[in-house]
Design a protein around this ligand. Structure first.
Ligand code: DCP
Ligand code: MG
Length: 446
């Protein structure tokens, strides 16, 4: 191990990143980071593990007003105007708004009708997911230039464990700044970056000076950073718990930290210690670069409720296409299909079924979701549907120990057809080709 370490150190010095870029002629810096990471992990005992947790350096990156910023990038004339991205139908909701629109009180998940009342002069834009995915891929490629340990949380947000890369780049603050600059160089967009010794603090740090923020919470500054914040900033304290804490006179994280943990038990039960640790800024969760997606789903709320079976099935097929395409893009397969239906009276049902093997084929997933839908419809023939959605869970990587690969439901013909369609859709953007039935609903939307 020592030899490897020495070798790594030796190569690191010879290949230190310079002002002209990160090019390393005879051993890529990614190789070095991977080696450093492996060396660090393999030689640890229990005591060292505690020390290692304390020595971690985590960067959290979150793009500013992501969808809206991409729209402003592509249409520069929008730059200083309020821009709102989201569903444009009568039941649409705001996905995001740029900061010029946020001053009018617009925020994510707000009904679009309300946004239009608050800010009628804004530019309203429908989301273009494939464009956001393309930019997201560029952002994530920046992350991987700094560390192999990247945990993506969404298209615009990730944790990076940069502990093994500190010497290579000169320290955590240098890494945070360089990540930010490199994202701007490769996309033209601004990110907010938070740095700390754990995930919880890094995430709060990236949010502290949004937009375009760069905040490092040093180990000695944790209480000064956290104490004035309202308790609602702690993960897991929501609308129900906050009033109970208010009743105890606990409004800020500092007050929670100073309070005896036994006082917290009636509010949090057996999670009291967890929240007390968070109030002290303690969090030992690892950045999990390998974390697989737990589920993938898609749903649509119709502008007017639908009863027609053919139209509902066409929508289910369109969703099965989208979900299965996302599975294939990530080399995942699914075992369980879920269908969600909300009727005009706002009653929501979900039906799910596990398959006898794994699949990521459009046809198979559609067949399963159709069967689930039909079993609901048999008892609800005259019920108008407000929302329909389908999704998959029980995901496995295609190559995970041969588990999913050897247990595959899809025929080779189905797989070839999917591959051809994926290639066409990749080339010509979002969903240019659908199976015949889905066209029926697609046409109606236009
Ligand atoms: N998003 C969405 N629906 C939501 C929340 C977010 O569709 N309810 C989408 C649109 C956002 C993107 O996800 O652009 C990223 O979400 P963020 O919470 O990071 O929000 P923004 O990046 O838009 O803004 P911020 O600057 O606050 O991060
Ligand atoms: Mg964001």
């Amino acid at each position: 191990m020592v030899q490897v370490q020495a070798l790594v150190e030796d190569r690191k010095l010879l290949s230190y990143p310079c002002a002209t870029g990160f090019g390393i002629s005879w051993c890529s810096h990614t190789d070095i980071m991977k080696l450093n990471h492996a060396v660090g992990k393999s030689i640890m005992n229990a005591g060292q593990k505690t020390a290692q947790i304390a020595a971690r350096k985590i960067v959290h990156v979150d793009m500013d007003a992501f969808y809206a910023s991409v729209e402003c990038l592509d249409q520069p004339e929008l730059k200083d105007q309020p821009v709102i991205v989201g569903g444009l139908g009568p039941r649409g909701v705001v996905a995001t708004a740029n900061y010029a629109a946020r001053v009018f009180g617009i925020h994510s998940a707000m009904p679009m009708s309300r946004a239009r009342r608050l800010c009628p002069q804004a530019q309203y834009i429908r989301p273009r997911m494939s464009r956001y995915q393309e930019i997201s891929a560029r952002i994530f490629s920046v992350f991987r230039d700094f560390t192999p340990t990247v945990e993506g949380l969404s298209l615009d947000e990730a944790f990076l464990d940069v502990t093994s890369s500190l010497k290579l780049f000169g320290g955590i603050e240098e890494i945070g700044l360089q990540v930010k600059q490199e994202i701007f160089n490769r996309t033209g967009l601004t990110a907010s970056v938070g740095m700390a010794h754990n995930k919880f603090l890094a995430k709060l740090a990236s949010d502290a000076h949004k937009p375009n923020g760069l905040v490092y919470v040093r180990p000695g500054e944790v209480f000064r950073f956290l104490d004035p914040m309202p308790v609602s900033r702690l993960w897991g304290i929501g609308k129900r718990t906050a009033p109970k804490l208010t009743a105890l006179g606990i409004l800020t994280i500092g007050q929670l930290r100073r309070c005896d943990v036994s006082l917290l038990r009636p509010v949090f039960g057996n999670r009291a210690d967890h929240f007390h640790l968070l109030s002290r800024g303690e969090d030992d969760r690892e950045v999990q670069s390998w974390r697989p997606d737990k589920s993938i789903s898609h749903e649509v709320t119709f502008d007017t409720d639908l009863m027609d079976r053919g139209e509902l099935l066409a929508e289910l097929l369109r969703q099965s296409e989208k979900v299965s395409r996302r599975l294939r893009a990530r080399e995942l397969m699914a075992r369980t299909v879920v269908v969600k239906i909300r009727d005009a009276g706002f009653r929501t049902v979900t039906r799910s079924r596990s398959m006898r093997a794994y699949s990521n084929s459009t046809r198979t997933l559609y067949r399963m979701s159709r069967a689930l839908f039909e079993s609901w419809r048999d008892q609800h023939r005259t019920t108008p549907v407000r929302l329909i959605g389908m999704g998959v869970t029980g995901l496995e990587h295609e190559n995970s120990d041969g588990k999913a690969a050897g247990d595959r439901l899809d025929s080779s013909t189905e797989r070839s057809l999917d591959q051809v369609l994926d290639r066409i859709n990749q080339r010509y953007g979002d969903a240019k080709i659908f199976h015949g039935l889905a066209l029926r609903r697609n046409k109606k939307e236009r």
